[in-house]
Design a protein around this ligand. Structure first.
Ligand code: ZN
Length: 172
């Protein structure tokens, strides 16, 4: 397993739409393992492939409580097949937007279809933090970030701040 570098806004890679994965082979499993290692090291509870510059439809997450055993999950070609009309609000953060947190409203429950690390088809219904996390990571695969749900004023402010940081460090 290799820890990869996490891409930070305003890098345009984060706005790319990721491509479906044709076959879940050892290369994809190695990618999933790298993503999990990168996520745990950050530390974070979710990571999408585009956040390490790989434009494939895969994300990993682990929403187990801190004192509980690790519960790594791998979602390949995920698709939301149903979402509740009920909404819930969570304070979200993102490894690509470090140390920035805001409340985001999303459907409280989602049913999601995906392939697991073995390429087996799975369908789960998720609520609570898992639901929010799945929706947040799935957005990444479509080039969408949680700041897109905020007011333009807030979004502009955070983009400006990170653009300044990137310029300062010579990244753009
Ligand atoms: Zn994120």
């Amino acid at each position: 397993m290799t820890k990869r570098d996490i891409i930070i806004i305003p890098d345009p890679v984060l706005r790319e739409v990721c491509e479906p994965i044709a076959t879940v082979d050892n290369e994809i499993r190695a990618l999933a393992d790298d993503m999990l290692e990168t996520m745990y090291a950050a530390p974070g509870i979710g990571l999408a492939a585009s956040q390490i510059g790989v434009l494939k439809r895969i994300f990993v997450l682990d929403v187990a409580k801190e004192d509980a055993p690790k519960d790594p999950m791998v979602f390949i070609n995920p698709e939301v097949v149903w979402e509740s009309e009920d909404k819930s609000v969570y304070q979200e953060g993102c490894l690509s937007i470090p140390e920035y947190y805001e409340d985001v409203e999303r459907p409280a429950l989602v049913r999601v279809k995906f392939l697991d690390r073995d390429g087996e088809e799975q369908e789960i219904e998720a609520g609570g933090l898992l639901s929010t996390c799945i929706q947040h990571e799935l957005d990444h695969l479509n080039g969408k970030l949680f700041i897109d749900y905020l007011s333009k004023l807030k979004r502009d402010r955070v983009m400006k701040k990170f653009t300044k940081v990137a310029k300062h460090s010579g990244k753009i």
